[in-house]
Design a protein. Structure first.
Lengths: 837, 313
């Protein structure tokens, strides 16, 4: 056995996922996690689908009493929440986690343990959602949980199951969002500049950013509404100065982008699949990438069009009408780019292509009814009717589920190594396509004829009985179609023929693999010279020697731990070799501890809850605890010597920097929710502070805020000392920083405890106290980061100048600067603005 | 039910408008349906030509391709949507409520509507009487959760939000009965929170106002009756007001004019003696979840009480 063989063997061993029952939980490889996301969301999809059929039976004839209003309200709440939170996005994320490394030419996702954690947290969230059925506490206030209906006065424990489950799903969502963004920005093959990046990745890049901001907003809002329910605050309670409409603003600021969060990845899939069947590159690549970007940005400026009937001033609503029409241009651009791609190319009509054609038909219709409901006067009639139900099922099933089905049939050979049965695929397409249109088109009419949403029954006099009967019968046709898809996947997996390599003759990178993709995806990083690498003719390529050298040096290397190449965000120029995490039980254990804590809190077994919380904190500390990265020996290896790449990237070259940036974006958004709420409540209050509460004294708390700022400055000095290899001075400054943070933390807690009014007195009191609590939590987290940095300094006292130490100091410094900025803003808003503004 | 509208069918649909506001929205709906129908057909024809048309080699990234994408994907929709935006903005202005004093106030309760005429001191429930040919300013509010007032044949909808006072304009161009429905999910009996709008000729409307005003006054002058005794004895008065006899808690609708209503239980069943007796004995069977408990009256009491309530016009 020669050296190369030995290396290869070590390399494969390092990347192998552990086998065995217990080890199943320790694996962190992207492919199983992609599959787990997809399988779990398919289970939830089946449950939500069965729920939908039961609802359709109830609605089949007028004045029906099959399940009655109580069960119906529970079922529509579960159907909507499940489909929105547990099915569409997780399934798409499954695709992304499974395929992104292959599409980008990398070996792993940026933070493998994060994929695992996101999955377990998401799955726990789903279990919490559905466990309401066990305790006869099924949520019944709709997926939108509008207060006051969702307040503790009108809704019981079921809603807490929904909100806590939602909290889990939001954490999983932002986790996956940060990971996907970091992966796409940093984990690309040499030469894959932004302009050569496949549109699947473009779509996910934009979506990842959107998930971060939208889900963080929802997280912040969920905390507020749960505090209203559980701690008696009054953000949304009109009887104590709160505003029900504040929730609608926050919810739709998440909710509208959420629709595009599901749609954009689907368009990314379409842009990958169409060219394969048209046997040519996508037409208008730049236009499509631009359209995705515009959609992403604009989607955050449309939320008010879900609130046209809440009595807002006509002028401000008109602005949102205009914005809603502008975003149509971006979708239209994509649609015509796809048409241009297949234009007179006689595309091959195989099942993935069929689903795409079905997508085009249904999505275009759903898009056009979308324009209709964006037109304010028409929305006054159609809002909250079955017209809207028809519209968004056209958009979500046509615009998201059909591309998912196309993608499933298209990528299954790569993901499972098996071809799906084409005959069965065509049957499922026609059943779903025809059934869908028969089920949902009539709803446009029943809505305009007077059928409001979320009604468990309707009177015969509306004359919509036959339309509903049609919808009900057709919904079963759709169900049969989905059973065919599931059967096809199962049958092909067990008995189907092995798929050939690149069965569709596609041009994109992921198809360069054999059908059984190895765990490490790429033994040797591919080098990218064009957008469709498999279609390029080798003689036309002008090879880049450095990239080719790096690629060949990285073949089966490093072989002692998992690592992959990271490249420049814009140009795809190789920057460093990044170590990525290997198998670990921590993700699943942390998620489990979190699950136990929440369920116990819901069921009011506080001892178990406290034990769970302690376990969560221990697991988190264990996770973040600085480990020895064993990178030293690599420095002398030919890999580093010949290529000049570092193995310890710092600053924005490192993926950890991007993780921290993502985390700060999330926390910043949560504070954005708090500060927005503060001013929104003030805007609609007659007096501020409300109910004659005195304006806060702005001098007394100033010292505590200054100490947070001082802590940030002191830590900057600690970082400087570390870079000059002065251990004692670095430790001194770090310790002082920690001390000042502790003073700030005590001050923030003291401010809340010594205030002459409680968080329950009115919306002002709630806003004041809850903002302080959030600030205290932020400063507490900052203490944790500084403590970990100090441990790092102590553990690496002899190697202070190493890159990973510098990186630790850098990202801790980032967190502290951010904390100081948020604290200053908090001070200005809570203590200065009542006096000054 | 007033004699003026005895022969009627209830109009329930946005596709069957009966007034200026609803008609102008309906017209917009028809326009959009035709235009977007045409756009849909155009796109589908392009897809079909694209897929089945004779094969033709077009070099990727050619100029024609960009023109195709920009022309159809950007310029064409910009033209259509600009026209639509202008139309929308002008229509939005035209159907906006004004700041005049509202003539009718509608307050949402779980799960019924209180309707009051502040200038006339009339309070009733689940039925809004309006004169034809006038733009009626209605103020809407809610005491508990969010509801939404939607009468498709007359206007769009407006949310009833606790803590806020919103406005909506109703205008009926012909006499008739129009069904409305709560359009914002408001809990258990949301589906059965409907109402009727009755549009009368101005003269008939004036008579209606007079009748209601005098009925309320006559009621307070009327001698005690057996029905009223039952009403007080079995606890109806805890939730329902009649005339000057106020309820203890504001939970159920004011019954001063209950005998003249079209329906019982906010549009759940037609108002006649049989239904009324059924409703009083077991309201949960007709409208699950509503806040009225079962009552256990003797058959005699039930008859006396129902006759009495139906006499309250």
């Amino acid at each position: 056995m020669n050296v190369a063989d030995n290396t290869r063997k070590n390399f494969e061993k390092v990347w192998t996922a552990p086998v065995g029952w217990g080890d199943w939980f320790a694996s962190v490889n992207n492919q199983p996690y992609g599959a787990r996301f997809m399988s779990a969301s398919f289970i939830f999809f089946s449950l939500a689908g069965i729920i939908a059929l039961i609802m359709r039976i109830q609605l089949a004839v007028p004045d029906n009493n099959f399940i009655g209003p109580k069960v119906y309200n529970e079922l529509f709440t579960m159907h909507g929440s499940t489909m929105m939170y547990l099915v569409l996005l997780p399934f798409l994320e499954g695709f992304a986690i499974f395929l992104l490394p292959a599409i980008l030419g990398s070996r792993e996702m940026a933070f493998p343990r994060m994929s695992a954690f996101s999955f377990w947290v998401f799955f726990s969230g789903g279990l919490v959602f559905f466990s309401g059925f066990l305790f006869d506490a099924v949520p019944d206030a709709g997926w939108f949980v509008y207060p006051p209906l969702s307040s503790s006065k009108y809704s019981g424990l079921g809603l807490d199951f929904l909100l806590v489950g939602l909290g889990f799903i939001e954490i999983a969502g932002v986790g996956a969002g940060i990971e996907i963004v970091a992966t796409i920005l940093k984990f690309r093959a040499p030469g894959m500049s932004l302009g050569k990046m496949p549109l699947f990745a473009w779509a996910w890049l934009v979506t990842g950013f959107m998930i971060i901001f939208a889900f963080a907003t929802l997280f912040g809002a969920t905390v507020l509404i749960e505090l209203d329910r559980a701690a008696g605050t009054s953000f949304f309670d009109p009887e104590r100065g709160g505003l029900p409409l504040l929730w609608q603003h926050l919810f739709w600021f998440f909710g509208h982008p959420d629709v595009y969060i599901m749609f954009i990845p689907a368009t990314g899939m379409v842009s990958m699949i169409l060219p394969a069947f048209a046997r040519r590159p996508l037409a208008g690549y730049t236009w499509v990438a631009g359209a995705i970007l515009v959609t992403g940005f604009m989607s955050f400026g449309l939320w008010v069009h879900h609130m046209f009937t809440t009595g807002m001033p006509a002028l401000s609503m008109s602005f949102f009408v205009a914005a809603s029409l502008v975003i149509v241009l971006a979708s239209a651009t994509q649609v015509f780019a796809w048409i241009a791609t297949i234009w007179r190319r006689r595309p091959i009509i195989k099942s993935p292509m069929l689903f795409i054609l079905g997508f085009l038909a249904i999505f275009v219709l759903g898009g056009l009814t979308g324009v209709m409901v964006a037109v304010l006067p028409f929305d006054l009639q159609s809002h909250d009717t079955y017209f809207v139900v028809a519209h968004f099922h056209y958009v979500l099933i046509g615009g998201v589920v059909f591309p998912i089905l196309a993608a499933l049939h298209y990528w299954m050979p790569l993901m499972m190594g098996k071809m799906l049965n084409e005959q069965m695929a065509k049957w499922s397409f026609w059943l779903i396509f025809v059934g869908f249109n028969l089920a949902f088109f009539p709803m446009h009419i029943s809505g305009l004829k007077g059928m409001a949403r979320r009604v468990y029954t309707y009177p015969e006099s509306l004359g919509i009985g036959w339309l509903n009967m049609l919808s009900t019968i057709a919904s079963f046709i759709v169900a049969i179609g989905f059973i065919c898809v599931a059967w096809n996947v199962y049958w092909s997996w067990r008995k189907g023929p092995k798929a050939p390599r690149n069965p569709w003759s596609s041009g994109s990178l992921e198809w360069s693999h054999d059908v059984d993709m190895p765990n490490y995806v790429n033994l040797k990083p591919p080098v990218i010279y064009s957008r469709d690498p498999l279609w390029e003719s080798p003689e036309e390529i002008k090879r880049n020697e450095r990239w080719e050298l790096i690629s060949s040096e990285l073949e089966a290397m490093p072989d002692r731990f998992r690592a992959t190449l990271i490249t420049d965000v814009v140009t795809g120029e190789p920057q460093a070799v990044q170590k990525v995490a290997g198998p670990s039980y921590l993700p699943v254990l942390t998620a489990l501890a979190l699950l136990i804590t929440s369920i116990a809190t819901l069921l009011q077994s506080y001892l178990v809850a406290i034990a769970g919380l302690v376990a969560t904190i221990i697991a988190a500390i264990q996770w973040l605890w600085p480990s020895d990265p064993e990178l030293e020996e690599l420095e002398k290896s030919p890999l580093v010597q010949k290529t000049g790449l570092t193995v310890e990237p710092t600053g924005s070259a490192s993926s950890s920097w991007w993780a921290m940036a993502g985390l700060l974006a999330v926390i910043g958004t949560i504070f954005g929710v708090l500060y927005y709420s503060y001013f929104y409540l003030r805007l609609y209050s007659e007096a501020w502070p409300q109910d004659g509460i005195a304006k806060p004294d702005y001098l007394r708390p100033l010292g505590f805020y200054i100490s947070v700022v001082l802590a940030c400055i002191l830590f900057k000095f600690a970082g400087r000392a570390q870079r000059r290899n002065r251990l004692n001075s670095a430790l001194g400054f770090g310790g002082a920083s920690l001390a000042f943070l502790a003073i700030g933390l005590l001050g923030l807690i003291g401010m809340s405890m010594s205030a002459p009014f409680s968080h329950q007195v009115n919306a002002y009191g709630s806003s004041f106290h809850v903002t302080l609590w959030h600030l205290a939590a932020l400063v507490f987290a900052a203490c944790g980061f500084v403590a970990v940095a100090i441990v790092r300094l102590l553990k690496s006292s002899q190697k202070l100048l190493r890159g990973y130490v510098t990186l630790q100091m850098e990202i801790t410094g980032m967190f502290l600067s951010f904390t100081a900025a948020v604290a200053i803003l908090g001070y200005l808003i809570l203590f200065m603005s009542p006096t000054l503004l | 039910m007033s004699r003026e509208v005895t022969s009627f069918y209830v109009r329930t649909s946005a596709l069957d408008p009966a007034g200026q506001v609803a008609s102008s929205i309906f017209e917009l709906t028809s326009w959009m349906t035709w235009i977007f129908g045409a756009v849909f057909v155009l796109v589908m024809v392009l897809v079909i030509i694209g897929v089945f048309g004779k094969r033709q080699e077009i070099p990727p990234n050619s100029e024609g391709e960009s023109k195709f994408i920009v022309g159809l994907g950007v310029i064409f929709p910009t033209v259509v949507l600009t026209g639509l935006l202008i139309l929308t903005l002008s229509l939005t202005g035209a159907i906006q409520p004004t700041s005049e004093e509202p003539t009718i106030k509608v307050t949402g309760y779980m799960w019924w509507w209180e309707v009051s005429y502040p200038q006339h001191g009339i309070v009733t429930a689940n039925e809004i009487y309006i004169p034809v040919g006038e733009r009626i300013q209605i103020e809407v509010a809610s005491v508990d959760v969010i509801h939404s007032l939607w009468v498709p044949s007359l206007a769009g909808k407006m949310d009833l939000i606790p803590g806020l006072k919103n406005r909506i304009v109703f205008e009926a161009s012909e006499p008739g009965v129009y069904r409305g429905q709560c359009a914002e999910f408001c809990g258990l009996a949301h589906a059965q929170m409907s109402l009727h709008v009755v549009a009368l000729e101005p003269a008939a409307y004036a008579r209606w106002l007079e009748q209601k005003k005098s009925a309320r006054e006559e009621l307070s002058a009327a001698p005690p009756s057996a029905g009223l005794e039952v009403f007080k004895k079995v606890g109806c008065a805890e939730c329902h007001s009649i005339g000057k006899l106020p309820a203890l808690g504001n939970v159920g609708p004011d019954l001063t004019h209950v005998g003249s209503r079209v329906s019982l239980g906010a549009g759940t069943v037609l108002n006649n003696k049989g239904n009324l007796m059924g409703w009083i004995s077991n309201p949960q069977a007709l409208k699950p979840g509503n806040k009225m408990p079962r009552s256990f009256l003797s058959s005699h009491e039930l008859h006396v009480l129902s006759d009495y309530l139906l006499s309250l016009k």
